[in-house]
Design a protein around this ligand. Sequence first.
Ligand code: MG
Length: 252
Amino acid sequence: MIQLKTAHELEAMRKACAISAQALKLAGQSIEAGITTAELDEIVFRFIKKQGAKPGFKGLYGFPGSACISVNDTVIHGLPSRKAVIRPGDIVSIDTGAVYGGFNGDNACTFACGRVDSEAQRLMDVTREALHRGIAAAKAGSRVGDISFAVQSYVEQNGFSVVRSYVGHGVGREMHEDPEVPNFGHAGHGPRLVGGMTIAIEPMVNQKHYSVKTLSDGWTVKTADGGLSAHFEHTVAITAAGPQILTLDWEE
Ligand code: MG
């Protein structure tokens, strides 16, 4: 069931989203050659706790970290590890969530460690633009499929592929609520978007084929063909005045 938020609830959610976004920004600024993904996770954990909030992913379905940190060919759900050292030229997807005042914020960004090759940069640029095209399509009265189509068509025009096995989602009192928000699909289809809905739009875009595999740790999702992958996500409120990004802080 889709949970609509009142104006009052939206205000509470803004705070959770701001904390999540500031944690993401801080993690991105902390990326440098030689840092481990466990250290980045620790930075996220400490920041969120300092705000009086809770890391939204820690313990969610048993996930051990405060952030999912997914490097190069890892698509999502990368486990923070002391063995995973960031190297120059890596692309590092970080997904952070925060719980504050009973509400969740959820967002992700792929950051570069130093200079990355032009194809990696193009993959990141296309994924970020696909996210914003998806957000622009998230108007009250439109349908979820309008978001899906906006994302997929832009990604495929640019020669990349959208992951099918994982999708965006409603977000609010729970990190994952209805509806599902796929990054592929047909305009004019799916649940109607109405004011008070809050959704996480999160294109996961692969350099080559969209198929993925999960490693034996039960979490790490990689591209099946070893190509790179990028992931950008915002929590967005559907309002009569248009879509509002609640997790903007990391882009500013
Ligand atoms: Mg999400």
